[in-house]
Ligand binder design. Structure first.
Ligand code: ZN
Length: 329
């Protein structure tokens, strides 16, 4: 049974809404739904441009609803955390009274059997509204709007921007070879896997030879030296995005291990200022002490090198080899 790790990456966005969507969002905080006139019709939600022609629409906004009619729907039997409701619900096209286009939103009707085209629905508003489409929590059967919990009132200023956290979670299997790298690190050892066909050696938990496309099992495991020479490096100047913990420029180095063709990539350096990192520096591995109980992330291919923390200068003279810089993997 494979072990899995989950990684979630999140991108925060702030977007300006413009005069039409901004007015729409502001009206939602007032528990009102706006459309925009287009000829004899009313588009809901409103847009700045005519979707049929691309022509700019005059900002002639008009209130619609609050009730409307379901024109079509699809049942969501098993909502995920990304869905607007945590129980089975329908996504539906709801044409609000006074609108000429349907709006896509959630309908909380309890059961699939309760849904039908032509049914009348009304908004269920959130008690606290901030100017997002989900201020309108969903539609419910009937003609009468509802509000969840205490009503904290409309926005005090027009809604001009919207914050949005785009997020995605990856779930990846962890190869046994990666777990063995971590286990070896507990004994302060670096290990690699040697391909029986091409004799290349792979570190960092790669459980296969990408050249010969064959798996490399524990029987191919060899010990690697924990001394080497910096063959290349990158200095990263941190941008202060949310979640960034680094504040100063930091280095990631590539180290060619002694007596091998193995390069350990993108490792941290310890007691070596980023400005002093250069190709040819002799280094040795730094291991977490027994008292250090934290799981150290080290920039390895699978996110963790266990007790291997990075590299520190060994104090030996630099290696002067013009070919060293070409050793990046
Ligand atoms: Zn091979």
């Amino acid at each position: 049974m494979a072990r899995f790790v989950e990684n979630t990456i999140t991108f925060p966005y702030k977007r300006s809404l413009g005069p039409v969507i901004g007015a729409f969002m502001t009206a939602l905080t007032e528990r009102r739904i706006l459309g925009i006139r287009r000829g004899d019709g009313v588009l809901v939600p409103p847009s700045e441009w005519d979707p049929a022609t691309g022509a700019e629409l005059a900002p002639d906004l008009v209130e619609v609803g609050p009730a409307g009619t379901v024109e079509s729907w699809t049942w969501v039997p098993q909502p995920t955390e990304q869905h607007p409701l945590d129980r089975p619900f329908a996504f539906a096209f709801v044409r609000l009274d006074g609108a000429s286009t349907p709006m896509l939103h959630a309908v909380d009707a309890g059961t699939r059997e309760a849904l039908r085209n032509g049914m009348r629905v009304a908004p269920r508003w959130k008690g606290t509204r901030v100017g997002r489409i989900d201020d309108l929590a969903c539609f419910v059967p009937g003609e009468v709007p509802e509000t969840e919990g205490d009503d904290t009132g409309p926005a005090t200023e027009p809604v001009a921007r919207m914050d949005y956290l785009a997020s995605i979670t990856y779930r990846n299997p962890v190869p046994e070879s990666a777990d063995r790298v971590v286990a070896a690190s507990r004994e302060h050892r670096l290990i690699g896997l040697e391909c029986p066909v091409c004799s290349r050696v792979y570190a960092s938990g790669n459980g296969y030879c990408p050249v010969d496309a064959i798996p490399l099992g524990p029987d191919r495991e060899i010990s690697l030296p924990d001394t080497g020479t910096i063959s290349n490096f990158a200095v990263v100047t941190p941008v202060q995005y949310p979640g960034q913990t680094e504040t100063e420029p930091f280095a990631r180095v590539f180290v060619l291990l002694d007596g091998t063709d193995v390069v350990i990539t993108y490792s941290p350096v310890i007691d070596l200022p980023a400005a002093d990192v250069h190709v040819g520096t002799r280094v040795r591995a730094v291991w977490a002490g027994a008292a250090d109980e934290t799981e150290h992330a080290g920039g390895g291919l699978y996110g963790s090198w266990g007790d291997f923390l990075g590299w520190t200068p060994s104090g030996e003279p630099d290696v002067d080899d013009p070919d060293l810089v070409n050793r990046i993997f």
